[in-house]
Design a protein around this ligand. Structure first.
Ligand SMILES: [Fe+2]
Length: 168
């Protein structure tokens, strides 16, 4: 069993957990993009997939700086969030409503990541590890921006279409 004695160990643990998460997201996003029909949603998710590849690399860089492996022992929370989000793929749904559901599912993932990156950035700052904190904060800003963009898309574009779906 690995040691978890101080905040530095906890930072390493959180980096590994987040790294497992980013790997799961990189595997899941292409499936989610394929199921979405709204062009603006597809574009937002495709951009986030590209960002996520970089986010995974940032965690690998942070792990190197901390002298640990980025590989952890799985991330059941994110696996569960993705599985929950993908439940809607097995329902007989209207495309606009499926898009609305996809947004909520991806936002749950973003909120999970915002919590993890936020905590890890505070740990790094407490430890005076500014370059690790900067890497984590860069990703945190991207996760927040993705969440905001999806909020806007849902409110302005996709939820109103889903509300009208049966009338079309
Ligand atoms: Fe991410």
């Amino acid at each position: 069993m690995k040691e978890l004695k101080d905040l530095s160990d906890l930072l390493g643990h959180e980096i590994q957990v987040l790294h497992e998460g980013e790997k799961l997201i990189i595997a899941a996003l292409p499936r989610i993009i394929q199921k979405s029909t709204n062009e603006a949603l597809k574009a937002a998710l495709s951009q986030h997939l590209e960002e996520t590849q970089i986010q995974k690399q940032r965690l690998e860089q942070a792990a190197r700086l901390l002298n640990i492996s980025p590989e952890g022992d799985g991330n059941p929370s994110l696996k569960g969030l993705i599985a929950e989000g993908e439940k809607v793929f097995h329902k007989d749904s209207h495309p606009d409503t499926l898009d609305a559901a996809i947004i909520a599912g991806v936002q749950k993932v973003e909120h999970y990541e915002i919590a993890g990156y936020g905590a890890a950035a505070y740990y790094a700052e407490e430890l005076g590890l500014q370059s690790i904190a900067d890497l984590l904060r860069q990703t945190l800003a991207e996760e927040k921006a993705t969440d905001t963009r999806l909020n806007e898309l849902a409110k302005r574009n996709i939820n109103p279409k889903s509300a009208e779906a049966v009338k079309q």
